[in-house]
Every structure is written in structure tokens, then in C-alpha cells.
Design a protein around this ligand. Structure first.
Ligand code: ATP
Ligand code: MG
Length: 558
């Protein structure tokens, strides 16, 4: 078994096991800290599965904490969607729902203490001056002219900042560390900025807001988080995280550990870009089934278990990698293969007339609900003289190896009869109108006839008289490029113009009873989920994933 197959051996779980063994911790406390400035995506799922998974495995707890320190971009719509998505993914935080904004008063008090002890000062420089003064990796920064103002003066100014005396950007509070430090994060990082913005929780109480680096570690400490797991881009922030914990009288000492973020082919994961897709109407919303968001995947019909299994199997490492979206789709298919009920539907219909079948006869054929779960039994499927089959299950000039329907050829109609194509009826333009076939009464249920004849192919069908019309949305990759971020130009240049195709399908009548949110298999085609856009009259289905992946071929062509 490789490390990735057994999550108990990834390097983070190893550290936790060691900390428990050595007695450093008796209880493990983790947290998932989303900023409510967008909907959760599959990358977040990796972090959620890691943090909540560890809490479950080691009998600890995992907090859901909103990192709500940037009111201009945050919203309760996002808070609500995040709560719904984490729950849907199958995790529970119990009473441990927190907001960084719960700690604003405490964070303010600690900032005052940092000023009093000479470790922070109010800087009157604007953002540009501050940025210039920080230098770069080759050049040390230069001290702000306000760096050495007396603590009393900084204290007074900081209070006035809080009271709203200054406009946005007029002043900031900075830690006083080292403007020549090789780690840029130590060059007097900003702790507070002025933002006269309405906050979704604290309303207009505050007009100064703590910066991420300052708020995050202190929130962790206040919640007695033992292991603060974050993505690799925070590696160079870790020494600062530790500096704050050391220089502030916090109630606990959490340890930050970084792991590689999840990247997926044929999509983008940055919230800024996802927001742009939504706000510029490239997709129908955050929960568009083509989006890599959890709400999009849920709407598309991905089972939470498939996403959890994917996160489990890709494992946790320290090196960046991009996972093939096909791997995620396979996990989804495995769960759906086990659970989804089978039905027949024809997406691109062509009519079949069974010329030797009595005009007004209807038979109820027995079809297996789910071959993976025989206990579920069978359903009834009506068969009559007029049927639909899939246009590409018929071929007029078929090669020898074509085992579906062809002129003079015979094929099994799933769970019904064997049918032979006797005549192809075309309209004036040469387009095929219908196929005239005969059935063999000795093959009822699709059984072999007594004369020992054989057929190689089995196709699906729907009774034309009983068929229910539905809208089926067939999705393809949202982007044409494997890595739209790295491709030339804007990522938007690489949107796949054919990422959605809407069809009017013919469904077997039992599909009328499938409910919104349920995912079923259309036999031989794939998995399909009933969409929220369905009405009393017309069901709308999203194609969750096809049974076979044709993308590799198509991608090869372009
Ligand atoms: P932002 O740019 O808005 O900060 P973010 O992707 O970091 O975006 P957060 O809401 O801050 O979003 O993320 C919450 C948590 O999820 C963080 O701990 C973050 O490290 C983790 N996370 C975000 N994206 C991924 C990813 N692609 N893979 C793994 N973890 C991720
Ligand atoms: Mg973040």
C-alpha cells in the first residue's frame, strides 16, 4: 500500500500521531477557515476532508471558522452557502461555529498591547509608500519616518483610527520587526487597515479591520487549535505566525503545517476567477453544474461520497500537482454505479415501427432496477409497436464490426425482444424518418431464441407512445485547455463554447417520478441528475458524467 492509499501515513497525520504519543496534546483540534467571499470549490473539499477527517480519526474536533476580516468582499450569501456545502459534504462542527469577527475586540486589545510594548506603531504612509519602503528580495527595506514615533502617540492615533477620525488608507498599524529581514513578511507587516465598510456581522461597529496574518493565528490560539493546516503559499508566513504567538499573551500555541493545494485539469480554482465567471455571466451562477464549486457539483449530481473518496485517494503531500479531472469523475462513477437506479432514455431519437407487432398491444417488460443491488428488484417498462432508439445506434452502411442496428441486421432491445431492421424510410432530403423492423416473439425479455441464433448487440429504447419528454443538459469541460491559468491570454479566452448542449430527450415513463436532486443511470449513456429548473410539466436533467469518457479522443483532435 502506498502512502496515498493509507491516509494515516501522510506526513500531517504522522506529526499528529507523534504529538499524541509524546503527550504534547491529549486532544486534537483543527479548523476549516474559509473567507466568506465566494462559494466553496473542490480545492476547499480537500482542506475540509483533511481537517474534519483528522478530527474524526483522532477523536478530536474541527471548528468551522469564518475568516471574515475583509467586509468589502464578504457576504452572508457566502456564509450560508459554505455552511450548506460543508454539511452536504458530510461533516459536522457541532457547537464549534466561529467567526474571526467574534474576536475583533480581543484582537484590538492585543494590538494595543503590542503598541505599548514597542512592537507596533501607527504609520501615516500610504499604500504605495509602504510598498516601496519594503524593498525587495535583493534590497532591504527602509524604515518608515513614523516608525519611531512614541508609543503614546501611536496609541492615540490607533484609538482615533478606531473612532473613525481618518479615511480609508490614511493610516495603518504595523508591527515593528525588521525592515531588512530576508523574509519579506517580517518587514513591519501591516496589522490593521482602515476600511469604512459595512460588515455582515459587526455592521458599522468597526472601521478598522485586522489583516489576515494577524487575525488568523490569534484566532487559532483563542480556539485552542492544536494543528493549523493550511496551503503551501503560507509557508513563508509561518515564522510570522509564530512571532505573533510568541509576542502576544495568547492562551495556546497552535502549530501551522502546510500542504499542497489541490489543482484540477480543465478548470480554474481561484475564487476571483470563479466570481468573474459568475458576474460576467459566462455561467449561470456559482452552482452552475460546470463550475468546480461544491454547489455546482452537487447540482450536477456528484455524490458527496465520490468527492470524499477522491480527496482521500489523492492524499496529502508537500509538492504541487494537478490532478486529472477524470480521476474525480471515476470516483463519482464508482459511487453512482453502486447506487443509481437504471432507466432508459433516448437523447437523439429515431423512430422504430415494429411492423409485425399488434397495433394496440402493450406489454410490460421487466427491467432490473440496479444490477449492483439485485434486492431492489425490477421495474416495468412498456413496449409497443412504436419505439425510439438512439440515432447513432443505427447505421445504414455499417462496417462489419458494427453490432448495433443495420439494414437486415438483428439486435437485442434491452429486456424486450430481438428486432430485425427490414426497411429504412427516408424523407425527400434523404434524412432517415423511421426504421421498419420485425420482432421475434420467441425472444421475449431479450432471451435467446430456441433456434440457437446469436446477436452481438444490445441497445436501449423507449416506447414512443409512453415516452415522456425532458430537457437534458449535456455538459462538457468548461475550458478547452488543460490548464487555462497557464495558457496564453486571459483564462476567459479558453472557455469551451460547447460546454453545454441542450437536448429534448425521450424518457421511459418511470423517470417522471424521479425527484429533484436524484441521480440515475440512463442505460448505456451515463448518469443524469434531476435539476432544480425542473417544473411540474417538464423535467430537466443534468448529465453528471458519461459512462465512457469520449473526451480523450476529442481533446486529441483539437
Ligand atoms: P482567497 O484567495 O480568497 O484567500 P482561498 O482559496 O485561500 O482564497 P479561503 O476561503 O481562504 O480561500 O480558503 C479556506 C481554506 O481552504 C484555507 O485553509 C485554504 O488554504 C484552503 N484551500 C483553498 N483552496 C484550496 C485548494 N485548492 N486546495 C486545498 N486547500 C485549499
Ligand atoms: Mg485564503
Amino acid at each position: 500500500m502506498s502512502d496515498q492509499d493509507n491516509p494515516s501515513t501522510d506526513f500531517i497525520r504522522q506529526i499528529i500521531q507523534d504529538d499524541l504519543k509524546s503527550g504534547k496534546h491529549n486532544e486534537i483540534v483543527t479548523r476549516f477557515p474559509p473567507e466568506p467571499n465566494g462559494y466553496l470549490h473542490i480545492g476547499h473539499a480537500k482542506s475540509i476532508c483533511l481537517n474534519f477527517g483528522i478530527a474524526q480519526e483522532f477523536g478530536g474536533r474541527c471548528h468551522l471558522r469564518f475568516d471574515d476580516t475583509n467586509p468589502a468582499k464578504e457576504d452572508t450569501e457566502y456564509v450560508d452557502s459554505i455552511i450548506e456545502d460543508v454539511r452536504w459534504l458530510g461533516f459536522d462542527w457541532g457547537d464549534n461555529l466561529f467567526y474571526a469577527s467574534d474576536y475583533f475586540e480581543q484582537l484590538y486589545d492585543w494590538a494595543v498591547t503590542l503598541i505599548e510594548t514597542g512592537k507596533a506603531y501607527v504609520d501615516d504612509q500610504n499604500a504605495e509608500e509602504i510598498s516601496k519602503g519594503r524593498g525587495n528580495l535583493q534590497t532591504p527595506g527602509t524604515n518608515s519616518p513614523y516608525r519611531d514615533r512614541p508609543a503614546e502617540e501611536s496609541l492615540k492615533l490607533f484609538k482615533e483610527m478606531r473612532e473613525g477620525k481618518y479615511g480609508d488608507g490614511e493610516k495603518v498599524l504595523r508591527a515593528k520587526i525588521d525592515m531588512a529581514h530576508p523574509n519579506m513578511n517580517f518587514r513591519d507587516p501591516v496589522l490593521y487597515r482602515i476600511a469604512h465598510a459595512h460588515h455582515h456581522r459587526t455592521a458599522d461597529k468597526w472601521c478598522i479591520y485586522p489583516m489576515y496574518d494577524y487575525a488568523h493565528g490569534q484566532s487559532d490560539a483563542l480556539e485552542h487549535i492544536t494543528h493549523s493546516l493550511c496551503t503551501l503559499e503560507f509557508e513563508h508566513h509561518r515564522p510570522l505566525y509564530e512571532w505573533f504567538v510568541e509576542n502576544i499573551d495568547v492562551p495556546a500555541t497552535p502549530r501551522q503545517i502546510e500542504f499542497a493545494r489541490l489543482n484540477l485539469t480543465y478548470t480554474v480554482m481561484s475564487k476571483r476567477k470563479l466570481l468573474q465567471l459568475v458576474s460576467e455571466n459566462h455561467v449561470s451562477g456559482w452552482n452552475d453544474p460546470r463550475m468546480p464549486t461544491l454547489s455546482g457539483m452537487r447540482r450536477r449530481g456528484y455524490p458527496a461520497e465520490g468527492i470524499r473518496n477522491f480527496c482521500h485517494h489523492i492524499g496529502i503531500t508537500k509538492y504541487q500537482s494537478t490532478h486529472d479531472v477524470g480521476v474525480l469523475e471515476n470516483e463519482v462513477k464508482q459511487v453512482l454505479n453502486r447506487d443509481a437506479l437504471r432507466f432508459m432514455a433516448v437523447l437523439d431519437p429515431i423512430k422504430v415501427i415494429v411492423t409485425n407487432y399488434p397495433e394496440d398491444q402493450v406489454e410490460e417488460m421487466d427491467a432490473v432496477k440496479n444490477p449492483e443491488n439485485p434486492d431492489l428488484g425490477t421495474r416495468k417498462v412498456p413496449f409497443c409497436r412504436e419505439l425510439y432508439i438512439e440515432r447513432d445506434d443505427f447505421m445504414e452502411d455499417a462496417p462489419k464490426k458494427f453490432f448495433r442496428l443495420k439494414p437486415g441486421g438483428e439486435v437485442r432491445f434491452r429486456c424486450a425482444y430481438w428486432l430485425k431492421c427490414e426497411e429504412v424510410i427516408k424523407d425527400d432530403t434523404g434524412e432517415i424518418q423511421e426504421l421498419h423492423c420485425t420482432y421475434d416473439p420467441d425472444t421475449r425479455g431479450g432471451e435467446n431464441p430456441p433456434d440457437g441464433r446469436k446477436v452481438k448487440g444490445t441497445i436501449h429504447w423507449v416506447s414512443a407512445r409512453h415516452a415522456v419528454d425532458a430537457e437534458v443538459r449535456v455538459y462538457d469541460r468548461l475550458f478547452k485547455k488543460e490548464n487555462p491559468d497557464a495558457a496564453e491570454g486571459s483564462f476567459l479566452d479558453h472557455l469551451n463554447p460547447n460546454s453545454i448542449e441542450v437536448k429534448t430527450a425521450k424518457l421511459e415513463p418511470a423517470l417522471a417520478d424521479v425527484e429533484i436532486g436524484e441521480t440515475v443511470q440512463f442505460e448505456r449513456l451515463g448518469y443524469f441528475c434531476v435539476d432544480i429548473d425542473s417544473t411540474e410539466d417538464t423535467k430537466v436533467f443534468n448529465r453528471t458524467v458519461p459512462l465512457r469518457d469520449s473526451w480523450a479522443k476529442i481533446a486529441g483532435k483539437s
